[in-house]
Design a protein around this ligand. Structure first.
Ligand SMILES: [Mg+2]
Length: 320
């Protein structure tokens, strides 16, 4: 099967969004963004053996490759429009490709995002690169900078499930024995099938003073917001929202809270909420602390302990 057959067979389905004038099959895609909107672009690469175990199901790889990019759009408050996919494949396994493409199409349609182009190459290691495009209305943006001292720091959903899901996937003997099958499956699902917080991001646009998605670990990502906004933070670790499965885990092994606030792959949003802004319960936000003047980038636990912001997933580990 050559590259053209492969694309025609697995990756050429009709675009649904009216803004997409030309998608897969031409020399380039053509998009007609809504008048006055701003284009938001993000890209993220996944490499087998580094970002996911090589035996991960193709459905999970497809889901995650798109979800992590849409999570970045969600963090900006953007609405997704389309994405490109570049695939480095070790082999053209038709079962793998059809399962991968079916899930990719399913999640793309669910999140209102069209596949508009891409490329395939032969590669010794399975590699995926997705570039996602979204739009923002004029004058509005959620950036990492812009938070003010006194703003509350809040997160969506639950933190730390994916870090525990990674233990379930890679080191099952380290999972507390009392943890049932349903809890194990839930944690694994949270690692493999993150849900980009697109609705929350859009609802927070024009309201949150700053924000980003939590991909490299809660403390490290809060650190990014603090650095960009020139602030410190005071957080209450006991307020960090944890799922029922994670709560059961912590009952058996309380020290694993450390793993949960430094591990990556949560894909929840971390936002700064201005004083006086009402927190709509439908957004699923939990306030975990506040932003303070003071040593920039430093996170203090409410009860005095200073928390490191530099731990978390690092792509290029350094000596410091
Ligand atoms: Mg991000």
């Amino acid at each position: 099967m050559d590259e053209f057959d492969l694309i025609a067979r697995y990756f050429d389905w009709p675009a649904r969004r009216p803004e997409v004038v030309l998608a897969v099959g031409d020399d380039a895609a053509v998009i007609d963004p809504p008048a006055d909107s701003r284009l938001v672009v993000t890209t993220d690469m996944l490499v087998a053996g580094r970002h996911f175990p090589p035996d991960t199901a193709p459905e999970d790889i497809a889901h995650k490759a798109l979800a992590v990019n849409l999570s970045d759009l969600a963090a900006m408050g953007a609405e997704p429009l389309g994405f490109t996919l570049s695939l480095g494949l070790a082999e053209t396994d038709s079962d793998w490709l059809s399962r991968f493409a079916a899930r990719l199409r399913g999640v793309a349609e669910r999140w209102g995002c069209d596949l508009i182009g891409g490329d395939t190459v032969g590669s010794s290691v399975l590699t995926l690169s997705v570039t996602a495009f979204g739009t923002l209305p004029p004058g509005k943006i959620i950036a990492r900078s812009g938070a003010q001292a006194g703003d509350r720091l809040a997160v969506t959903g639950f933190i730390g499930d994916a870090a525990l899901g990674l233990v379930v996937a890679q080191d099952p003997v380290a999972v507390p024995e009392a943890l049932g099958t349903a809890a194990r499956e839930y944690l694994r699902r949270r690692l493999d099938g993150p849900e980009p917080r697109l609705a929350a991001g859009r609802a927070l646009l024009g309201r949150a003073s700053a924000g980003l998605d939590c991909s490299d670990g809660l403390l490290q990502d809060i650190g990014h917001l603090l650095d960009a906004s020139g602030l410190g933070a005071e957080i209450d670790l006991s307020a960090v929202p944890v799922s029922p499965a994670a709560s059961d885990w912590l009952d058996a092994r309380p020290e694993d809270i450390d793993r949960m606030i430094t591990g990556g792959d949560d894909y929840e949003l971390i936002v700064a909420l201005p004083q006086g802004m009402e927190v709509d319960p439908e957004l699923g936000l939990t306030v975990i602390g506040r932003l303070v003047d003071g040593p920039v980038g430093q996170i203090r636990e409410r009860h005095g302990r200073s928390l490191p912001t530099r731990r978390g997933y690092t792509h290029f580990p350094s000596e410091d």
